[in-house]
Design a protein around this ligand. Structure first.
Ligand code: PGA
Ligand code: ZN
Length: 422
């Protein structure tokens, strides 16, 4: 049984406070988990409780820590760690709201993850095996975010993330190697352009490029310089994070091009990009409020490429269900802290998979050394993971953990292009 639960305040990769929760079992097992934090958050995400006082510029999490140490610990001590759903539902009951606005999703998710990890350890099982059983065998195809714009950078690029996906490889390891080689070639190219090679929050570069297309062209150069075939072996994925581009009149502002586009025009813009470049996935191509636009986008490109809802769906099963019934998007970004617990994240993944929506397990821009999502992606056979460039310790913690997992699974599968052949 769960013998003790507590939390403390630690720092994330951006240097902001976050919650580390620890669960101790009656057999002496002790495990912790650290909660990530987003910057371009969706409006309907579960609440991240911050103190808002003078400490850490208002970003302290002592209230969330206190909620773990008092209310959550009181109810969880004595429960079985092997009943994840009961543990998660108990916290949901204590909170009583639909977005964890009392306890804080950062308090709840930390305990939820630490419970799963402690249960796995006490059963002498790797976390992915505990969560997914013998069926956990899909190594995810990564999305490596290698050029940043938007809210994640200070340059004049409008789109938030330009990613590469190693789709033309036999296994995860070869894909990771290729991505790393492309990343280093990209660094050289950017350096030769006399642009800064300093990296952003997720490890990508943020050169001062002039248009939203130029990052794609530079990436293609890097792929070719690294000796790989663009499109064939390495494809391109975008996270536009379009909720951040909308102005008061509902138009999408492309600052770099000095243009304001309607949803329909932006969809045409994407269609044009897709006809010129091997783009296989676009995330948050339109804003979270623009469901009519999403409909147009899905009709236009939904049978050609992957359309991922991040801010749109916020890992929330009821919003995903609405999307499915309205035929909006065809893939769900999975960020456990958007919904608040391991069990609720699983529900969203199962719903998506049952309806042939792809799932992309995802980090946040504020991360930690915790590699929970690597195990989680494999456990639920998500098939894809997005966890930054091939640099920065907190990003590589996930990729390195996947190397370890891949070596343990004798019949591991790597889907390559399969999820994208619509
Ligand atoms: P966030 O960014 O963690 O800052 O929300 C990641 C994303 O938009 O996918
Ligand atoms: Zn996103």
């Amino acid at each position: 049984y769960i013998d003790n639960v507590y939390a403390d305040e630690v720092l994330d990769s951006r240097g902001n406070p976050t919650v580390r929760a620890t669960v101790i079992l009656s057999d002496g097992t002790k495990e912790s988990a650290i909660v990530p934090s987003g910057a371009s958050t969706g409006k309907r995400e579960a609440l991240e409780l911050r103190d808002g006082d003078e400490r850490f510029l208002g970003k302290g999490v002592l209230k969330a820590v206190e909620n773990v140490n008092s209310q959550i610990a009181d109810e969880l001590i004595g429960l079985s760690p092997y009943n994840q759903a009961e543990v998660d539902a108990t916290m949901k009951d204590i909170d009583g709201t639909n977005n964890y606005s009392k306890l804080g999703a950062n308090a709840v998710l930390g305990v939820s993850m630490a419970t799963a990890r402690a249960a796995a350890t006490s059963l002498n099982m790797p976390l992915y095996r505990y969560l997914g059983g013998a069926n956990a065998m899909t190594m995810p195809v990564p999305m490596f975010n290698i050029i940043n714009g938007g809210e994640h950078a200070n340059n004049s690029v409008d789109f938030q993330e330009y990613m590469i996906m190693p789709v033309g490889f036999e296994n995860f390891n070869d894909g990771l190697r290729a991505a790393s080689e492309v990343y280093h070639n990209l660094k050289k190219i950017i350096d030769e352009m006399n642009e800064s090679t300093a990296v952003g929050d997720e490890g990508g570069f943020a050169p001062n490029l002039k248009s939203n297309e130029e990052p794609i062209q530079v990436i293609i150069k890097a792929v070719e310089k690294a000796g790989y075939k663009i499109g064939e072996q390495i494809a391109i994925a975008l996270d536009v994070a379009a909720s951040e581009l909308v102005n008061e009149s509902g138009k999408y502002v492309l600052k770099s091009e000095n243009r304001e586009l309607s949803s329909k025009e932006l969809v045409e813009y994407y269609a044009d990009l897709c006809s010129k470049y091997p783009i296989i996935s676009i995330e948050d191509g339109l804003s979270e409020d623009d469901w009519d636009g999403w409909k147009i986008l899905t009709e236009k490109l939904g049978n050609k490429i992957q359309l991922v809802g991040d801010d749109l769906f916020v890992t929330n099963a009821s919003i995903v269900a609405e999307g499915i019934s309205k035929k909006i998007a065809n893939s769900v970004l999975i960020k456990p802290n958007q919904i608040g617990s391991v069990s609720e994240t699983m529900l969203t993944i199962r719903l998506a998979q049952r309806n042939n929506y792809n799932c992309v397990m995802s980090h946040r821009s504020g991360e930690s050394e915790d590699s929970f999502i690597a195990d989680f992606a494999v456990a639920l056979n998500c098939g894809q993971i997005k966890t930054g460039a091939t640099s920065r310790g907190e990003r590589n913690a996930k990729y390195n953990r996947l190397l370890e997992i891949g070596a343990e699974i004798a019949y591991a599968e790597y889907l390559g292009k399969a999820p994208f052949s619509k």
